[in-house]
Write a protein of this length. Structure first.
Length: 618
């Protein structure tokens, strides 16, 4: 029996390999920060084919055109002769009479080096990008390295990574060979390929079990400031809390975290955050952050990505299930996929004791303020469906602000309707039981499915008004139900550019403060001729970037009445953007800010609903 089983195993392996797309990523023969890639194909069934790199990938909601980082493409037949092709666009190559196509070879450039030059393209969000630094690190988001052929997305891939013998690959994939110079992985299809990032660097990783799940954390810290072990305690605490919060909604037995810490001397990247996958996440943060700040980012950002294992990775619409990498069709439901996930990432922290009740309210208060920087009457479903279009893409960040708040209000609505017995988490659990990873729902029927799993037709009215409709969400009304009030407070005299500082936004592209066009200017702004559409890039020569925002704000608070001040701005003038200095004497002004606070004397009903909301108990 053992001999027969072994023979069948070898036969199965042979058949899989014969029918798979053998893809080799060569991290050894890297020149000029270009990685050679070879893809070998099984026999073609069609003479005319199209070969693609992704235009976008799930979880990014932006047009990135990963094919623009590829050059030197050569298609070869089974005799080693080049096959002519037509380059249709950055991502697509068309071949005719390609029955004898055997392989394609090309060189991949990384996206990190491209981030500071957006003259031609919008930069790729760093956690979904690629980094190639020979001898140091290779961040391999596979969608930036590997392409596919139309109608062959379901063919298995055999991925071989040639690596320096002293490098370690952090990934959720299982290496199938014992060689120190190659890693070999088998992936069921192209969707699994794009779902499987890897990070290769000198070994700095830890593995441990938390909440019944095996984790691997790999860290790249260019100066050696941090080690993977530095983050174990916080990560373990977070994962245990998440697994408890999710209960049977999460079935992960393993999870990999690739933590890339960007240094001052490496690529000048700025898209900090993370990107979700079924069994892993790629995270990019500045190395200069204090450990406490990185721990907080791991709790906030990595937890967000892990909650995506529930939604949309395992509960999603047909647009995501049958994702078209070349011509993507977007779902209407970013309010749930991103807003609901961000809500979970905050709610679990209060319910599992990682933050206080007041800290939770402060976070929701900040989201209300931040949401005012966006169009509050634009239906979320319309924005979501059209998020790749220019007229909607600037509204995307609101999915983490108003999207979270919509979910919060829906949670309270469900609690109210059910006398505390059902909340948003219960609804998502029921939805995941009704559908799941291999059974998508129809995008335009989601609300009917939510009514079906909850039994409350009233939530359809909520959905039609505030998610699919243009009515601003009445936060005060819903918060009142749980004993929370919105308080307006007048600050001591202070220096700033608009009357409500909470309506200040941050433009990652220009490293600048920006303001909603409905914001009221401060007296100082009016005195120096600052326009509400101007972008502020420096104050008294102190420039702004993602790392120093807090110190910039603290400096502004030291400015005294009548002090000479220079504000450096970017002002759009026709097709050109001019950089200029505006000078004047500081004017301090009292400003009004809104904060959330628990009522001093809530009614018994309000207090009961509040406790059920913030503890998750029925």
């Amino acid at each position: 029996m053992k001999k027969t089983a072994l023979s069948l195993g070898l036969l199965t392996a042979f058949l899989v390999n014969a029918q798979s797309i053998k893809t080799t990523i060569d991290l050894v023969n890297v020149k000029d920060d270009q990685v050679p890639v070879t893809m070998e194909f099984p026999k073609m069934k069609s003479g005319d084919i199209k070969f693609h790199f992704p235009k976008t990938v799930p979880g990014t909601y932006s047009v990135d055109d990963y094919g623009r980082f590829v050059e030197g493409v050569k298609f070869m037949d089974n005799k080693g002769k080049e096959i002519p092709f037509t380059k249709v666009n950055d991502n697509t190559y068309a071949l005719k009479n390609a029955q004898n196509l055997s392989k394609v070879t090309y060189l991949v450039n990384d996206s990190f080096d491209d981030e500071m030059d957006e003259s031609k393209h919008k930069a790729v969000f760093s956690p979904s990008g690629t980094d190639i630094e020979a001898g140091k690190v290779y961040l391999i988001n596979t969608h930036g390295f590997i392409g596919y052929i139309d109608n062959m997305q379901d063919v298995p891939y055999q991925l071989i990574v040639k690596k320096p013998t002293d490098f370690y690959g952090t990934t959720a994939l299982v290496d199938q060979d014992k060689s120190e110079s190659t890693d070999t992985f088998t992936l069921a299809n192209y969707a699994k390929v794009t779902d499987s990032p890897l990070m290769y660097t000198k070994p700095d990783y830890i593995t441990f079990n938390a909440g019944g799940m095996n984790l691997v954390l790999g860290v790249y810290s260019p100066t050696g400031k941090y080690k993977a072990a530095d983050f174990k305690d916080n990560l373990e605490k977070m994962v245990v809390a998440q697994k408890k919060f999710l209960g049977d909604m999460n079935t992960n037995k393993k999870y990999a975290i690739m933590l890339y810490l960007a240094g001052a001397q490496g690529p000048q990247i700025k898209g900090f955050g993370a990107l979700e996958h079924h069994e892993s996440t790629s995270v990019v943060l500045p190395e200069m952050m204090p450990k406490e700040a990185i721990d907080k980012a791991i709790t906030d950002v990595v937890s967000h990505e892990f909650f995506h294992t529930v939604n949309p990775l395992k509960t999603h619409s047909e647009e995501i299930h049958y994702f078209d990498y070349a011509d993507p069709k977007m779902s209407q439901h970013l309010w749930m996929y991103e807003g609901g996930t961000e809500y979970f990432a905050n709610l679990f922290q209060i319910q599992e004791g990682l933050i206080t009740k007041d800290e939770f309210l402060q976070r929701m208060s900040e989201k209300i303020a931040n949401s005012k920087n966006y169009n509050d009457t634009m239906p979320f479903t319309v924005m979501s469906k059209n998020i790749l279009k220019d007229e909607y893409k600037d509204q995307y960040r609101n999915v983490y602000e108003k999207g979270t708040l919509l979910t919060m209000c829906l949670d309270i609505e469900l609690r109210k309707l059910s006398n505390g017995e059902m909340g948003y988490r219960d609804m998502i659990r029921k939805l995941s039981q009704r559908f799941g990873e291999n059974k998508p729902f129809k995008d335009d029927q989601l609300i009917d499915e939510l009514v079906a799993v909850t039994g409350y037709p009233q939530i359809k009215d909520f959905y039609n008004k505030y998610i699919a409709g243009g009515q601003p969400t009445p936060y005060a009304q819903y918060l009142d139900m749980v004993g929370v009030e919105i308080k307006k407070q007048e600050t001591p005299p202070m220096f700033w550019f608009i009357k409500d500082p909470q309506q200040t936004g941050y433009d990652e592209k220009d490293n600048a403060f920006v303001f909603d066009e409905s914001s009221a200017q401060s007296p100082f702004a009016k005195s120096i001729g600052l326009k509400i559409t101007d972008k502020i890039v420096a104050l008294d020569g102190k420039t702004i970037n993602i790392q120093n925002i807090q110190s910039f704000i603290e400096y502004s608070r030291t400015i005294k009445e009548g002090q000479n001040v220079t504000v450096t701005i970017l002002r759009k003038n026709g097709d050109k953007t001019e950089k200029m200095d505006l000078k004047g004497k500081a004017v301090l002004d009292k400003m009004t800010v809104e904060t959330l606070a628990f009522k001093a004397n809530p009614t018994p009903a309000e207090k009961k609903l509040q406790d059920q909301w913030l503890t998750g108990k029925k």
